[in-house]
Design a binder for this molecule. Sequence first.
Ligand SMILES: [Zn+2]
Length: 64
Amino acid sequence: MPLDQALLDILRCPDEHHATLDYDDAAQTLTCTQCTRVFEIRDGIPVLLLDEARPRAAGQHETS
Ligand SMILES: [Zn+2]
């Protein structure tokens, strides 16, 4: 189920810059437009925790 646009509008990166986030509907992730951290959406709930975020470029193990 896609996230509500009104919710997306108010979500910000939890880092000190509080940048906006890019929503990836297919991957169910939110990517920070500034630090490019990737935040997962689990069961429809964005996990906006720096400890849970992963960098976009490194550490990917995609099978595609
Ligand atoms: Zn950020």
